[in-house]
Design a protein around this ligand. Sequence first.
Ligand code: NOJ
Ligand code: CA
Length: 563
Amino acid sequence: MLKTMAAALGAILVFTSFALGQRKAPNMTAEPWWKYAVIYEVYPRSFADSNGDGIGDLRGITSKLEYLQDLGVDAIWITPCFPSPQVDFGYDVSDYENIDPMYGTLADFDRLLIEAKNHNIRVILDFVVNHTSDQHKWFVDSKSSKTAEHRDWYIWRDGKGDGGLPNNWTSLFGGSAWKFDPTTGQYYYHFFYPEQPDLNWRNPAVETAMFDVTRFWYKRGVAGFRLDAVDTLFEDPQLRDNTFLPGTDKFGRPNMDEKYNRRLPEVHTELQRLRKVADEYQAVLIGETATQDINQLEAYYGEHGNELQLPMDLELKDLPLSAPFLRDHIAAVDGAGGWPTYVISNHDIVRPYTRYGDGVHNDDIAKMMAAFYLTLRGTPIMYYGEEIGMENNDPKRVEDVKDPIGKIGWPNEKGRDGERTPMQWKAGPNAGFTSGVPWLPVPASSSTHNVEAEQKDATSILIFYRKLLQLRKTELALRDGEYVALNTSDPNILSYLRRSKDETVLVVLNISASKQRPHFDLTQQKFKSPRATALMQNRASANEGVFQTVTLEPYGVYIAEIK
Ligand code: NOJ
Ligand code: CA
């Protein structure tokens, strides 16, 4: 009863704060909305096409808001939909304050915002902070002459000696990070493609212009930003060479320590300044924080919680499907002092269905992974299509590749087309994504793994996701209960409690391909004779009476309230 009342009150407060305006102060519990949100990443090219040109668009997204509300997500993050030559599919922005005509208009965007609000869904945009497109008017001016107004908005240097590069830094996307421009006889720096010149954040005019971009969107009603590639914002002013490391990368180049062009301390000072602007609008900043260890992740919260509210944990995605690895990692992220932000997939990573699938238990593994990242303490960010078990569909021939890194790196690196295929709405032509020719082919799995079919199947991945997302809303312990690891030396089972003042939820996940029967002694957790009431399960059940054990088939899931 208490729980029901608290949940209802919570819902009213959260709803009220939302109804009052997207950027209003959070509810009376003083907790900001994003703490209890599930954020859904929409890759606009691939979500829903409203006009039959084979490319998804804003009106397409608007038409699916009801679906997203029913699914139970609280916010959508739309990857860049601004005018762009699309060399990096939007991550090369040529105008930060408009919408690319292929996606619609600013009016379409405003409509999307209104409709999203009507569906209790907030909208987060992607802010490409490190670089612009080489077609952006700032860069066009910058390259025009050494004395141009915007010359110092980018990083220009003379080559060394006779025809040498300014230094040995390499681009993440292949080749050198320097491109020679004959107009002025200097090189410009690009951490990503040559069509993505890096902005010079040491120039105050760049900062002012970029901060104003965020204000432009906050004023329109955007709830926050996902910040692209934050760790590459600054470079060593002396341009010192990086040190080579053993081994080679996927392009066959020697590895580098990136000491002088990545994760410089100035990044943190700048994020603090960007956060101040966000705070004027009660906006949330999510970081694409490509960290190598937990200390780096911790640093992105800021010493005084004054940097990113939600730095993504992008290390999780590289771990093997193994209880001990996941357990250790979660303990570290959970203990890092901030609010965790879990990500298991996005538009740059092979889809988990393909990554973890063993060909036998794929759907169960997908459910088990959902139960994992959606029951941890923190804000999960889910990628479109995860909820229906979409798989990767990598190009088979180099001539079919759309993502430039797949062309440069073929066959070792096939690019990211495989994880960006059209959303699978129904069986049949183009999975209901478009009436035209989709920009990427639809995977064969769309005949079975699609929204329409899964909505009708109580055992589908989609229904499992919906129930989980619902559970996050009704079980207070899943929202802000502490994370308590159990049976920490079990090699196959990952189990934990989420424990709040009045409520305890137990999560048991079989991360193995064999049947398991873990035993639990919850006396240490102050349960003398615990009773378990199952909230959700997949291929699992607990013993009757005083709770002691759960039987789980391969990749089974058991979630219960413990009293
Ligand atoms: C990270 C984005 O997620 C990726 O898609 C893009 O290519 C790079 N940043 C460069 O903007
Ligand atoms: Ca379209």
